[in-house]
Design a protein around this ligand. Structure first.
Ligand code: NAP
Length: 334
């Protein structure tokens, strides 16, 4: 590593789980990139719901993941580990990491770095990796989403939701979303959701069946779990796929196996963070080829809601927990 780099940096690395106030800025050693890794000087880091769960002590950390918070960062590449050839010193990059992004420097596998599209700010780019990798991996890789499919997704204004709306628009899928207020429904429709249902107004499943002329949807992306799962299954067309990405209302549910069999439904799920670097690099390559050009030509834009300075991370988490955001919340470090 270059002698010009500092040895100590600011970081958010809570000593114990708790409320937003555990997110104090502390000093930590600057990490070194290992073989196949790069060191990024972080300009901005995205805030994601899994960070809130981690802060509360409710997230199963993959073995070896840094305890410093943060799953995505954008900045400048300032050191290269052994064997890195496809990322250069000085490159602006945005990266998916398994932890460590709420800090002045973070180590990222080179394969999980993506270029920052021309004209995009670091604060905008920092909010892309976690949701783009997650939606790509679940909607396209796992569930086989393709043009013409109809998707149902809960949390239409979440970071995941706005990304799914954008990717469905880009690749010609229809997307029905549910949201907890009329204002959020309006925001989702404004971003390009085909339909937005306020789930507080009635039975979303009945509305989905009506909107699809009784056929149902091809894919459900579910982040709610609990008693949503049987209601989601009622929304699925024959051969439909149900993908669990979170269970905000509980990990246990009841299944009508008769319905599963009659409609030949498929239940699946995934968690991105513990997946191997090789898989994430494969997703990064797909995003670079198929999605990143749409940022360059303006078909896609980042959905940044609000930026907080690093020392206001507690306020950023409180804001996420209040549910008032549409799209991404980001921490700025410089
Ligand atoms: N499996 C994975 O690899 C993976 C990766 C990243 C994220 N995730 C998960 O994906 C979810 C979204 O993450 P994010 O960072 O985008 O979070 P976020 O922006 O904070 O969004 C959370 C969303 O959950 C919705 N929600 C909560 N309770 C709901 C309910 N009962 N019915 C419908 N919607 C409900 C909220 O919508 P309303 O306010 O409209 O209710 C809100 O839009 C989180 O649960 C996160 O843990 C999973």
């Amino acid at each position: 590593m270059s002698d010009s780099l500092p040895t100590v940096m600011r970081a958010i690395d809570p000593a114990k789980p708790g409320g937003p106030d555990v997110l104090a800025v502390v000093e930590r050693p600057v990490p070194s990139p290992g073989p196949g890794e790069v060191l990024i000087q972080v300009h901005a880091a995205g805030v994601n719901r899994p960070d809130v769960l981690q802060r509360m002590g409710l997230y199963p950390m993959p073995p070896g993941a840094p305890t410093i918070m943060g799953l995505e960062a954008a900045g400048e590449v300032v050191a290269l580990g052994e064997g890195v050839t496809d990322v250069r010193l000085g490159d602006p990059a945005t990266a998916l990491v398994s932890g460590g992004a709420y800090a002045d420097y973070v180590v990222a596998p080179a394969g999980q770095c993506l270029p920052i599209p021309p004209g995009m700010r670091f604060t905008e780019a920092a909010g892309l990796p976690e949701t783009y990798f997650t939606v790509w991996s679940n909607l396209f890789d796992q569930a086989g989403g393709k043009a013409g499919d109809v998707v149902l997704l809960h949390g239409g204004t979440s970071g995941i939701g706005v990304t799914a709306i954008d990717l469905c628009r880009l690749f010609g899928l229809q997307i029905i979303v549910t949201c907890g207020s009329d204002a959020k429904c309006l925001s989702s429709s404004g971003l390009g959701a085909t339909h937005a249902i306020n789930y507080r107004d009635g039975d979303f499943a009945a509305e989905v069946r009506e909107l699809t002329g009784g056929r149902g949807v091809d894919i459900v992306i579910d982040m709610v779990g609990g008693d949503y799962v049987p209601r989601n299954l009622v929304c699925l067309a024959e051969g439909g796929r149900h993908v669990s990405i979170a269970f905000q209302q509980g990990a246990r549910t009841e299944l009508d196996l008769g319905l599963l069999m009659r409609r030949r439904l498929v239940l699946m799920g995934s968690m991105l963070r513990p997946r191997p670097v090789a898989y994430k690099a494969q997703v990064a390559a797909a995003l670079r080829d198929k999605v990143w050009p749409a940022f360059a030509d303006g078909t896609l834009t980042p959905r940044l809601d609000r930026v907080f300075p690093l020392h206001e991370a507690p306020a950023a988490h409180r804001y996420m927990e209040s549910g008032g955001h549409v799209g991404k919340i980001v921490l700025a470090l410089r």
